[in-house]
Design a binder for this molecule. Structure first.
Ligand code: ZN
Ligand code: FE
Length: 235
């Protein structure tokens, strides 16, 4: 089983330190290096996974690679605007991490080259700014149709899959979702529970997302576009 430690970086980003049985270690989306190195302490770092090219997800990658010798993996399609890639990835490519592996899923919409990383043995997925808990990323480069297909691709993973998103936006997303689906008691319940806890909301599960994420629940790309536009206007 992979062990995942969220590291808050920058304003509201998460980097994730992922440790495999036997000690192989990776970091996902190191927006800055310092906090990741502080949490990692001594020891090896083998791989750096980048979900997309935005600086708040990549800013620490080169410094971490220099400090540790870790190899950098990310979307081949975005190699020209990512830090230098040792492992350029396409849909379905897998990268071993100890006895397990991470599988690249192409999930464009927020950016044209966005990837999610799925670890099937442990049942977890790193979704960057594609799928947030109770939300989804803005459509900076992709279309609503692309984001719709990307969310459906993630929704097709097993329901118990744990979701590790790129940002802590969950409470805000749930408050918005409660306005889109005022009759959805699962959204209200999740909002109240997480707000009362006052702690980081990651990870969630896909099953929870199916019940409370109004973007994932949108039945069509057109409906997704409407909800996304409403969220953009509310922010
Ligand atoms: Zn982004
Ligand atoms: Fe981001």
């Amino acid at each position: 089983m992979l062990r995942v430690v969220p590291v808050p970086v920058l304003l509201n980003n998460y980097a994730y330190i992922v440790t495999a049985p036997g000690g192989a270690r990776a970091v996902v989306d190191p927006g800055e290096a310092g906090p990741v190195l502080d949490v990692m302490g001594e020891g090896r770092l083998d791989l750096i996974f980048l979900t997309h090219h935005h600086a708040d997800h990549t800013g620490g990658a080169v410094a971490l690679a220099r400090a540790t010798g870790a190899r950098i993996s990310g979307a081949a399609a975005d190699a020209h605007r990512l830090p230098p890639l040792d492992l350029p990835l396409q849909q379905g490519d897998t990268v071993p991490l100890g006895p397990e592996h991470l599988c690249a899923l192409e999930t464009p919409g927020h950016t044209s080259g966005g990837l999610s990383f799925y670890a099937p043995q442990s049942g977890l997925v790193f979704t960057g700014d594609t799928l947030f808990l109770a939300g989804c990323g803005r459509l900076f480069e992709g279309t609503a149709e692309q984001m719709f297909r990307s969310l459906q691709r993630l929704a097709a993973l097993p329901p118990q899959t744990r979701v590790y998103p790129g940002h802590e936006y969950t409470l805000d997303n749930l408050a918005f979702g409660a306005r889109v689906e005022p009759e959805n008691t699962a959204i209200q319940h999740r909002h109240n529970t997480l707000r009362a806890s006052g702690s980081p909301t990651v990870p969630g599960t896909l099953a929870e997302e199916q019940e409370t994420n109004v973007f994932l629940r949108a039945p069509s790309a057109q409906r997704l576009a409407e909800i996304r536009a409403r969220k953009d206007a509310s922010a």
